[in-house]
Design a protein. Structure first.
Length: 741
């Protein structure tokens, strides 16, 4: 109870502060600056970092004034097009010249410090991610009735000691919506009650039958979501490749920086989480991506992750586990992330094609002396690791680059991957068993890891640094006999060795228990009952890993509908962000401002560096580092401070109750929290509406110790009615009841 009080008190403080929030989304609204003013931030940084004297500062200003025309020209070009031909090279040349001239004004100690100073802000190349304007969703107005008046408070379930207890039908519906969706929207409880719980479950389990055309139409404006990995590399290349193209005739266009791809995949995820009608499908897509996690910023993975979620995870989220497991094993994103694309037999020898006929004493056009020929006719970097030059394709395979490259443009060379030693790489084999199938206690040994790694040698990627696809190369494969979990795989199996491993692991009872427990963690509780896990595992085995049947077994179980698991899980940052927007019938285009809030709360999407993914133990989401950011998010959303995300406070309540604090609290509690607040929560909310903010020195984050982070102050709202509604919404979203699902 005490932690609940502390949480509510913290909300009171956060919402009561009314100073404006500085937002990066308004940076473009600053007044125009003169030549000297534009460089003042850099001058101040150099002055402080290098300990410049006033004389040196004056000389620095003169130096920048002298070069101001060129710098301003470069800035204007960068603002118009960050990939303008030659921009990067000219910018670096200007920075180098300024660095050399500035060095002449410095002593030896200052020169040493200057080497570590970044001068790139002289010519900022514009935002790495340009948000795409997604159309707002189409709302069906509830016959002119204010939204909150259509909702009613549901009694909170009582957990009786010594006996199981039962949920009422309304409590079951709310619990179901909190677990199978990203939170109920206004009217959802009534809709499910009318159609029936069983029919709602079946509808969500068969997501293909649900009309989601509106979301699909809205997301059509995101260009990266329609492109292959090869096209993404073509149109969103590394900056070095973009600069090389500046000197090419009829070079293909460049649409943006590589970061744009990550920005758009996060954008679509947030739009789907908030607006999709196929809510269970979205919840499971998020679950399986974390289960088969790939760290998007890792080198070439950034061009592969879009297709990984779209073409591998999403279509199989409710299918057979074996199919999903095989698809991830053959995914270039997974193979690159866990290095299986480099895994080869220690004795592998790359075949060399017959040398082409050539005239005597003549060098063939387009070659470089000393370069090593590659099987596809491309040139390898001199001295490159043979594993980094694997480009041979299966017979009949299309070259992904040939479908997108301008035929009049020479192919841009990919960035050189880090050198790696040839041989077997065990990374994927280990994570495949520990994280994807059997679990850490699933009965495998280090010898099994080695044997599985041998089975997957030769499963690789065609030109991974140019968005290539899966390819099997027999010359890389270890074709000897193997033994995996006691099963002998005869020699000479080739590509089928990997398929045999997938079959062995997908049908292993340890896999059934591991996957079943993790799904029970997602949908039931952080520590699900062992009896439930075992029953669900038997369904997994009986149905040969049918995910749809496993989910049905979980959500229709008595354990799922127990009062003890009602709101037993803390919402993840993604769940909190989406459920808050849905609860007030809000809308979002998934712009970067919302990405940043989710990152602050601890869950930067697609950016978890370790293969474990974010996991299903929800207790980790409450800690000192992110506690106040969860509260601040509620404050920012309630006050309309998140660019690209909006709602209408006035349409939430009936006008006759707006001036009555008790009636307003009851209506908005029914709309947002749905259940009656605990006495402590209700008291704190009322105090927040009527009393002054508490002393900040008395606050401590719930379940933690140490000085509290300062909450983000709320923007002042001039309309009294909207201000009171926004204040109450922020308070309700910060309650322990809403923070859990």
């Amino acid at each position: 109870m005490r932690s609940t009080i502390r949480l509510i008190v913290a909300i009171v403080l956060a919402v009561s502060l009314v100073a404006p929030v500085t937002s990066t989304t308004r940076a473009g609204q600053q007044p125009a600056q003169g030549p000297t003013q534009a460089f003042e931030p850099l001058i101040a940084r150099l002055r402080d970092g290098l300990k410049l004297s006033e004389t040196q500062v004056g000389e620095l200003r003169k130096l920048l004034m002298k070069r101001a025309p060129k710098l301003i020209e470069l800035r204007n070009r960068a603002q118009a097009n960050p990939y303008a031909p030659g921009l990067q090279a000219e910018s670096e040349k200007e920075q180098k010249a300024i660095r050399e001239e500035l060095s002449e004004l410095l002593d030896e100690d200052q020169k040493g410090k200057l080497a570590g100073v970044d001068l790139r802000q002289l010519v900022p190349l514009g935002p790495a991610v340009i948000p795409i304007n997604i159309l707002p969703r189409v709302r069906i107005e509830p016959g002119g009735v204010k939204l909150a008046t259509s909702e009613r408070l549901i009694p909170a379930p009582a957990v009786a000691k010594g006996r199981a207890g039962r949920l009422t039908d309304e409590q079951k519906i709310l619990h179901l919506l909190n677990r199978l969706t990203f939170g109920p929207r206004p009217g959802d409880i009534a809709r499910v009650k009318e159609m029936g719980i069983d029919r709602f479950i079946e509808e969500q389990l068969h997501s293909e039958t649900i009309d989601d055309s509106e979301v699909a139409r809205r997301l059509e404006v995101l260009p990266t979501q329609r492109m292959t990995s090869a096209e993404l590399y073509q149109f969103y290349p590394p900056i070095q490749i973009a600069e090389q193209r500046a000197n090419e005739k009829n070079a293909p266009p460049i649409f943006g920086r590589p970061q744009q791809m990550l920005g758009e995949i996060v954008q679509q995820k947030l739009v789907r989480a908030v607006s999709s009608n196929r809510q269970l499908h979205e919840v499971l897509t998020d679950f399986w991506y974390n289960h088969f996690n790939v760290f998007a910023p890792k080198e070439a993975a950034q061009w592969l992750v879009t297709g990984y979620e779209r073409d591998v995870i999403r279509p199989r989220a409710l299918g057979k586990f074996r199919d999903l497991l095989l698809a991830t094993a053959q995914s270039p994103a997974m193979m690159f992330y866990l290095d299986n694309w480099l895994s080869s037999s220690p004795d592998a020898k790359q075949p060399r094609p017959p040398a082409p006929a050539r005239p005597q004493n003549r060098q063939p056009p387009g070659t470089t002396l000393g370069a090593n020929p590659r099987p596809d006719g491309m040139l390898a970097q001199p001295g490159a690791d043979p594993n980094t030059a694997m480009t041979a394709k299966k017979e009949g395979d299309a070259n992904p680059q040939s479908e997108t490259r301008n035929p009049q443009s020479s192919p841009a060379p990919p960035p050189r991957p880090p050198a790696r030693k040839p041989g077997i790489n065990e990374n994927y084999a280990r994570e495949l068993m520990e994280l994807h199938t059997l679990g850490v206690n699933g009965g495998y040994t280090q010898k099994d890891v080695q044997e599985v790694a041998r089975c997957f040698t030769g499963w690789t990627i065609d030109r991974p640094f140019q968005g290539g696809g899966f390819v099997y190369r027999p010359w890389m494969h270890d074709d000897g006999a193997k033994t995996v979990l006691g099963v002998t795989i005869p020699a000479g199996g080739g590509f089928n060795d990997g398929l045999r491993v997938i079959e062995i692991l997908a049908t292993n009872p340890s896999t059934a228990r591991f996957i079943s427990r993790k799904l029970c963690q997602r949908f039931v509780s952080d520590d699900p009952p062992a009896q439930l896990v075992e029953r669900v595992a038997q369904v997994f085995i009986k149905t040969e890993g049918d995910i749809r049947e496993v989910i049905r077994a979980i959500v229709t179980s008595s354990e799922f509908n127990s009062p003890s698991v009602f709101r037993a899980k803390i919402k993840s940052p993604l769940e909190l962000a989406a459920s808050a927007i849905r609860s007030i019938d809000g809308d979002t285009n998934g712009a970067p401002a919302l990405h940043e809030w989710i990152r602050r709360m601890g869950e930067p999407l697609y950016q978890f560096a370790f293969p474990t993914g974010y996991g299903e133990d929800s207790s980790k989401w409450v800690n000192t580092g992110v506690f106040f950011n969860r509260i601040n998010y509620a404050v920012a959303l309630a006050n309309g401070q998140i660019n690209g995300t909006s709602y209408d406070p006035v349409r939430l309540v009936a006008s006759e109750t707006a001036g009555n604090p008790d009636a307003l609290t009851t209506q908005l509690s029914a709309l947002i929290v749905h259940t009656e607040l605990s006495p402590d929560s209700l008291r704190a909310v009322r105090n927040g509406l009527n009393g002054p903010p508490p002393d900040t020195a008395t606050l401590r984050p719930a379940m933690n110790s140490g000085p509290p982070p300062q909450p983000v102050p709320a923007r002042a709202e001039t309309n009294p009615e909207r201000r009171r509604i926004a204040l109450l919404i922020g308070l309700l979203m910060g309650t322990a009841e809403f923070q859990r699902r």
